[in-house]
Design a protein around this ligand. Structure first.
Ligand SMILES: Cc1cc2nc3c(=O)[nH]c(=O)nc-3n(C[C@H](O)[C@H](O)[C@H](O)COP(=O)(O)OP(=O)(O)OC[C@H]3O[C@@H](n4cnc5c(N)ncnc54)[C@H](O)[C@@H]3O)c2cc1C
Length: 365
């Protein structure tokens, strides 16, 4: 069978790419190792922060402006609610990376925000107890998206636009023009590879070192209701960085952003241990005593980190790749889908993607 484009991996990014390519009239085959919106990769767990106050680098802001426009569009096209615009609060000492980084992006792009001192945070959000030297940057347009709903909505829209999607059909070999699975070999003019934490296996030819990091999502029944609270990111002077969400699906979720074990999708320890639950409970008890009410459950997930934590998006002859999202990719899903369709069909994109060139990462870890 021959197609215009084969998309390998139908997780967060691949589902969006399949939709945008099919929408632009391409004959698309999507191949996925697991079932739709599965929990084995990086796009599960019920919630992902989205914000435009971009701690990591203001260069991401133009992409976030487009992503927020496109989240609205995908909700309209699919009839699903994906984006919960609950607002976002970044908390830390004045000179912490989270505060200086987010301030730089809101100032550079004139983004709507408020700066709050510790007592203003306590008054406005009584369940949060910042230390006296911690401040907050509040972004009213921030919130969270639901990754599973995003994946299923994009997959359904892709099929409606004519894409053929195969699940539980892992790719065992691919090269430009040709993709092999246990069920056969398919041909296409172009291959788009969105492998998430399987990047070291499927994209070895890039010669880019990726580090897959295990991260745990913890769910609690809070001691008092956090309904109406924003998402938050807390960057503490002691080096801990954690983030969390208001109530969603009967729980509040919190997680550390750093310090996970290096693993592979085959070796990851899926068991969450008592000492880990104790560590997150200890970290949140002083700043948010209500959050760590009763522990409900936990779920592991994987980050695919590059050395500088910026993404990898690139096009070569017959191949476009998107990987290395380094634990902060989900909020970009719709715009990454658009970029991958642009690169595949037009050979270029109007979006600023120079930061994602894999050449920067070659020649040493
Ligand atoms: C705990 C956690 C919290 C996060 N929080 C945030 C956040 O708050 N905000 C944010 O923006 N980002 C966040 N992220 C990051 C974000 O979720 C990821 O960047 C994003 O999900 C990556 O999507 P992906 O498509 O690259 O990977 P995936 O969704 O994992 O997709 C890759 C797909 O490829 C498939 N595949 C692999 N090998 C094969 C094969 N051989 N054949 C066929 N299919 C194959 C896999 O099965 C999978 O479905 C978080 C990630 C984690 C783990």
């Amino acid at each position: 069978m021959s197609y215009d484009v084969i998309v390998i991996g139908l997780g967060g990014m691949g589902s969006a790419a399949a939709y945008r390519l099919a929408q632009r009239g391409k004959r698309v085959l999507g191949l996925e190792k697991f079932t739709p919106a599965h929990a084995q990769g990086s796009s599960h767990g019920g919630s992902r922060i989205t914000r435009q106050a971009y701690i990591e680098d203001p260069a991401y802001v133009p992409l976030m402006l487009r992503a927020h426009e496109m989240w609205d569009q995908i909700e309209h096209d699919s009839g699903e609610q994906i984006f919960h615009r609950v607002g976002g609060l970044i908390v830390g000492p004045q000179d912490s990376g989270a505060i200086t980084g987010s301030r730089a992006s809101v100032e550079q792009f004139g983004l709507k925000h408020e700066l709050l001192d510790a007592s203003q945070i306590r008054t406005r959000f009584p369940a949060l107890r910042p230390l006296d030297d911690e401040i907050g940057l509040y972004e009213p347009g921030a919130g969270f998206v639901v990754p599973e709903t995003s994946v299923t909505a994009h997959l359904r829209l892709a099929e409606q636009a004519g894409a053929e999607l195969h699940f539980e059909e892992p790719v065992t070999h691919w090269e430009p023009g040709k993709v092999t699975t246990p069920l056969g070999t398919y041909e296409a003019d172009h291959v788009v590879v969105c492998p998430g934490p399987w990047a070291p296996d499927l994209l070895a030819h890039l010669e880019v070192p990726f580090e897959v990091e295990r991260q745990v999502q913890y769910y609690f029944t809070p001691a008092e209701s956090l309904a109406g609270y924003p998402i938050y990111i807390w960057d503490r002077a002691d080096g801990t960085m954690f983030y969390g969400f208001p109530e969603h699906d009967g729980a509040v979720k919190v997680a550390f952003h750093t310090g996970g074990q290096i693993c592979t999708p085959e070796t990851i320890d899926r068991t969450v241990h008592a000492h880990e639950i104790e560590a997150i409970t200890t970290a949140v008890t002083q700043p948010m005593p209500a959050v760590a009410g009763t522990f409900q459950r936990a779920a592991t997930c994987m980050y695919t980190n590059t050395a500088d934590r910026n993404f990898v998006i690139a096009r070569d002859e017959g191949v476009t790749v998107a990987c290395g999202f380094s634990g902060h990719g989900f909020k970009f899903v719709p715009v990454v889908g658009e970029i991958l369709a642009d690169l595949t069909i037009d050979g270029a994109t109007r979006h600023p993607i120079a930061l994602f060139d894999p050449a920067r990462l070659r020649g040493g870890a």
